[in-house]
Design a protein around this ligand. Structure first.
Ligand code: FMN
Ligand code: SF4
Ligand code: SF4
Length: 266
């Protein structure tokens, strides 16, 4: 079976899961191509190259991140089998199912939707209910995620139907979270800025998926097109990016090192 997996990853968790999934599927005899939505235009994606399409993305308050939503809306329509995998730090609800809707509306047949628990990457003032886990905890989460991905690969290989989060709790909880985020998200999320420790290295400018940073007078300036993927915040080499004064307290507002302790960029 030929499988193409299209994905978005902000801080590397989803990319890690996609890589593991691809390896597991290859071990089962499948031919697998993975495509980051940041590096391949939808027009470069040829539906003739797959028998089964997979999509993967992080849970952002029960939504797929906007870059992924836009991307999926531009993929060619099709009648082929589809699976959707999300990663989330604590609760995914019906996000995989909901996020796949642009494709199911376009005729794809969703046979599997699932979530893999990965380290939470979201903890900034006002939305700091759960911390970013320390490295030793990250290791444990990955140890559990590996076998979980292997089980999903086996189901995907067989084309076995499997739907997570589509029961009443997942649907109602997911709907409630989407409503809250759409209505109040912009009030909760503080704007980013680069503080005086910015060296003007340009990492954030090169790797922001929405081009939300530019360099001016040797310092990064924020241009508010942010989708809060958290990449720049966690991986700025100087920890210069802040979301309000409090994020200078790095013990409380820990920066995530990525699943393998390295900055992620596709
Ligand atoms: C804006 C935003 C919203 C999030 N919302 C949720 C959520 O509703 N439930 C959850 O379990 N994790 C949530 N998370 C955590 C991420 O889904 C999780 O850390 C994910 O694995 C990150 O994947 P990535 O590294 O591929 O971007 C959120 C993260 C961000 C940045
Ligand atoms: S990555 Fe950090 S140090 Fe580099 S330009 Fe951006 S804010 Fe400044
Ligand atoms: S500004 Fe930072 S958090 Fe916002 S989209 Fe760009 S990289 Fe992601």
């Amino acid at each position: 079976m030929r499988v193409t997996i299209v994905y978005f990853s902000g801080t590397g968790n989803t990319a890690w899961v996609v890589r593991e999934l691809a390896e597991q599927l290859r071990a089962l005899g499948d031919e697998v191509t993975t495509r980051s939505c940041e590096t391949f235009a939808p027009s470069q994606i040829d539906p003739a190259e797959w028998d089964t399409l997979g999509i993967a993305f992080p849970v952002h308050s029960s939504f797929a991140p906007p870059v992924m939503r836009d991307y999926l809306g531009q993929l060619p329509p099709g009648g082929k089998p589809l699976f959707a995998v999300t990663t989330a730090g604590y609760w995914a609800g019906d996000t995989a199912w909901y996020g796949a809707q642009p494709l199911t509306d376009a005729g794809y047949e969703l046979f599997l939707c699932a979530n893999v628990e990965m380290p939470n990457n979201f903890c900034i003032p006002r939305v700091d209910f759960l911390p970013v886990p320390p490295p030793e905890r990250v290791e444990r989460i990955l140890e559990l995620a590996g076998p979980r991905v292997a089980r999903l690969a086996e189901r995907i290989h067989r084309g076995a139907e499997h739907y997570e989060g589509t029961g009443l709790v997942g649907r109602v909880g997911g709907g409630f979270q989407r409503w809250g985020y759409a209505a109040f998200g912009s009030l909760l999320l503080a704007r980013f800025y680069a503080d005086e420790s910015c060296t003007g290295c340009g990492w954030c400018v090169r790797h922001c998926p929405t081009r939300s940073w530019e360099l001016r007078d040797g310092r990064a300036r924020f241009r508010d097109r942010c989708i809060y993927c958290m990449r720049c915040y966690h991986f700025c080499p100087e920890e210069a990016i802040q979301a309000g004064e409090k994020t200078r307290e790095t013990a409380r507002y820990r920066r995530y090192g990525g699943p393998e302790g390295q900055p992620y960029a596709p």
